[in-house]
Design a protein around this ligand. Structure first.
Ligand code: AP5
Ligand code: MG
Length: 209
């Protein structure tokens, strides 16, 4: 199955993707995670996008589209994938249409208050990328990942100024994709407010699996 996860920052896209990849036996393609890995490696791409991402703005369409096009040409995603965080602008969605067909677009419905609570408490493992939350899913030992022992840190773009910017960017540039995909008959809405087990149930129901 070929899916897009669409939703505001902190809606829980990455958290559901982790469960959904296991259920569907497909790869997650998170543009945000790819950019963070490039930043950690201090590659030319990482150095180019760091200040943009840290400030909560979007990387330019040309760079992002080229990255996804290349990733989607690889063997391990020919039978399915979850695109987490792409497309995020109408030009990205139009470009995707030219090189790929998706089965469904899962729209994460959550109010700003839920987003702020989730991003405010999020901590991420620097090594394996696992997302913890200081209220909902705390690491057993502060600052240490339960899964790989890596360092658990606060993403630079989870600081409050960057979060406000990300929400603004979402409303202006990403939310129009809801109608774009609804008009194509591809959109399914899920209530992203409950705890993850309940969301997994709605997700399966929405996809009829
Ligand atoms: P990206 O990494 O994609 O960030 P985002 O879309 O802002 O989304 P997040 O990863 O912050 O949130 P999420 O929805 O995955 O939530 P999570 O599961 O972690 O992108 C980062 C940046 O890269 C962008 O700002 C941009 O600069 C750049 N970029 C990426 N893609 C781009 C593109 N296509 N074009 C241009 N630029 C691009 O959950 C959040 C927290 O809540 C966690 O702590 C989690 O534990 C907790 N939580 C999750 N679900 C639940 C639940 N059900 N109950 C309780 N707690 C929960
Ligand atoms: Mg994410």
């Amino acid at each position: 199955m070929k899916l897009i996860f669409l939703g505001p920052p902190g809606a829980g896209k990455g958290t559901l993707a982790l469960r959904a990849t296991d259920i569907l036996k497909v790869q997650q393609i998170s543009t945000g995670s790819i950019f963070r890995a490039e930043m950690a490696a201090k590659s030319p791409l990482g150095l180019k996008v760091k200040s943009i991402i840290d400030a909560g703005k979007l990387v330019d369409d040309e760079t992002t589209i080229a990255l996804v096009k290349q990733r989607l040409s690889q063997d391990d995603v020919q039978n399915g994938f979850i695109l987490d965080g792409f497309p995020r602008t109408i030009p990205q969605a139009q470009a995707l249409d030219e090189f790929c067909t998706v089965d469904k677009v899962v729209n994460f419905d959550i109010p700003d208050s839920g987003v702020l609570e989730r991003l405010g408490g999020r901590r991420v493992c620097r090594k394996c990328g696992f997302n913890f939350h200081m209220t909902f899913n705390k690491p057993s030992k502060d600052d240490v990942c339960d899964h790989c022992g890596g360092e658990v840190y606060t993403r630079e773009d989870d600081k409050s100024d960057a979060v406000q910017k990300r929400l603004e960017v979402y409303r202006e540039q990403t939310a129009p994709l809801i109608n774009f995909y609804r008009e194509k008959g591809l959109l399914v809405d899920i209530d992203a407010k409950p705890m993850i087990d309940e969301i997994v149930v709605s997700f399966k129901k929405a996809l009829g699996i």
